[in-house]
Design a protein around this ligand. Sequence first.
Ligand code: BTN
Length: 253
Amino acid sequence: MNIRWLDTIDSTNSEALRRLPELPHGTVIAALEQTAGRGQRGNTWFSEPGRNLTFSLVLKFGPEGLPPASALPPLAAADAVRLNYLASLTVARFLQDQGVGCTVKWPNDVYAGRRKICGILIENALDGAFLASSVVGIGININQRDFPQLANATSLRCLTGKEYSLEECLQQVLAHIEALLPALHEGQRLFADYSALLFGRDVNARYHDLLTDREYTGVIQGVAPDGRLCIRDLDAPGQPLRYYRFKEVGFIL
Ligand code: BTN
């Protein structure tokens, strides 16, 4: 993979999207500082300059038969959820290498205990029923010590007491991505490994159904093969399991 380190940029995802046509498959845009880091649901991603990993990986999907260095084989848009699994698993494996146990809060926040250590923002472009490209944006809190704006954030430094080289951490994360990339086209493997890491599985907790604006106690049963989160509603016994797409349910932590 071809890493381009920037001192400062508004957002590595925005930069990758602006320059997408000219950026080769496998380009990684990493920044020491993001002035307008973007999170899911239009949120801002806050990261202390020079202390954390903030980067975006450009993936391009080609017609069958292109050399692997220039594009991945075609991937159906219906299978795009596998990119979530891949990115979450990559970060989880990197953290496990550092001795930090973690879970993945659906769809793709990585948690250490009850604190968030990584956020992922994936932005896809489609070509009909297939993916044309994907910008996989990953922010991992590495050396930051304090999170004044964020009540439930943590970093590797907070958890292990050690300082890390951002360059080395990025290399390690990318090695995990490379190892997992072939599984994107394999179906079940990423799904099974992701499911095993699911935050809140088999635990009673409060959820907010955003479709009906109702809060209830439920238990996550798992993730459906299409990526929907499956929750048993304990306040409505006898009702069918509830299935949610992104932005249809909130965790009350
Ligand atoms: C979230 O948890 O809401 C997703 C956060 C994603 C943050 C990363 S940092 C690198 C990349 N560039 C961005 O602007 N966002 C992603």
